[in-house]
Design a protein around this ligand. Structure first.
Ligand code: CO
Ligand code: CO
Length: 326
């Protein structure tokens, strides 16, 4: 939802005082980290949304990959998941069976099973997962922790909000959206596996608040500024041209207006490409803050691990704002 509306909704809710809750929502992290009586630490997350593509199997797979993403972004290993299904009665059971099959297929790829779930009759369909994972004690990644001098690595290209909006309105064909659909279906598992071999100081996944929204959460939680290079940010091929149409989804516009005071943008930059940086993403990549002497090796390994768009997109600076450079 609109990040400004979310702030209002959460404001003044009771604070949780539980010494075993190691990470809650105070710094906008997408997973809770909880210490069990045994000392082991679990992470838990929930995500569900309306269809981003027409094909029910693909929708199920994308929603599941997106839900699992928060677990990978925390350096955790998923253990099991539960389905959340809001399905209209008007649609046939076969369609929903395909959505669940897509979800189950992705869960299998992640090495887990879906152990149950809950269904509700709902005019507007929605699907997603609750995922529980396990993280090595004290080794979870969060929004906080980025250090001045670190460099920033992004593992997937941006532009999925724009492309899925144009696909829905029939302005582009399914083949124009193929790269986007493939990328949204891709798990962040191999990205997390590579990153876990390095000294990740902070990590998040890029979803509804867009690259800049999630980068801002990282900057704010870490008490640092960021400098991002517009030309180095990987963009979905079709999105570079289609950004000129300006037909971005409402979420993208809400992200830009919410973030405007935190971001410094020189007037010389390409406005349509800038919009892509605010674009609300589905099942986007991981954004990780890494010591600069490790970054070349990280990028090389991530590309070799099936993430060819991985790029070093900028660095962590002193200060409290995000600066965009060419
Ligand atoms: Co999430
Ligand atoms: Co997330």
């Amino acid at each position: 939802m609109d990040p400004a509306a979310l702030d209002l909704m959460l404001k003044g809710l009771p604070k949780i005082h539980d010494p075993n809750l190691l990470l809650g929502y105070s710094q906008h992290d997408d997973c809770a980290v909880y210490r069990l009586p045994s000392g082991e630490q679990i992470v838990q997350t929930v995500d569900f949304f309306t269809p981003v593509v027409d094909d029910p199997f693909d929708f199920g797979a994308i929603a599941a990959a997106n839900s699992l993403s928060d677990v990978y972004a925390m350096n955790a290993r998923p253990l099991f998941a539960l389905n959340i299904c809001c399905f209209p009665k008007s649609q046939s059971a076969e369609v929903w069976h395909e959505v669940l099959r897509g979800g189950a297929d992705k869960a299998k790829e992640a090495g887990i099973g879906i152990a149950g779930g809950h269904t509700v009759d709902d005019e507007e369909p929605k699907y997603g997962l609750v995922v529980t994972g396990l993280v090595e004690a004290g080794r979870y990644w969060a929004n906080a922790g980025a250090k001045v001098g670190d460099e920033l690595v992004l593992t997937k290209a941006i532009g999925t909000g724009l492309i899925t909006t144009l696909l829905k309105s029939g302005e582009i064909s399914l083949s124009d959206a193929r790269e986007t659909i493939q990328q949204m279906k891709q798990l962040n598992r191999s990205a997390a596996e590579v990153l876990s071999r390095y000294d990740v100081h902070s990590c998040t996944d890029i979803t509804g608040f867009g690259l800049l929204g999630h980068a801002w959460e990282m900057a704010e939680a870490s008490g640092v500024g960021l400098e991002l290079s517009l030309s180095k940010i990987p963009k979905i091929t079709a999105a570079k041209e289609l950004a000129k149409t300006g037909k971005f989804p409402g979420g993208t516009r809400a992200n830009r207006s919410y973030l405007s005071s935190h971001i410094s943008i020189p007037g010389s930059l390409d406005e349509s490409l800038l919009w892509l940086c605010f674009d609300a993403q589905t099942s986007g990549g991981l954004l990780a803050s890494i010591p600069s002497d490790q970054v070349d090796s990280v990028v090389r390994e991530l590309r070799a691990a099936g993430l060819p768009n991985t790029s070093n997109i900028g660095r962590v600076t002193a200060g409290t704002i995000i600066t965009i450079v060419d």
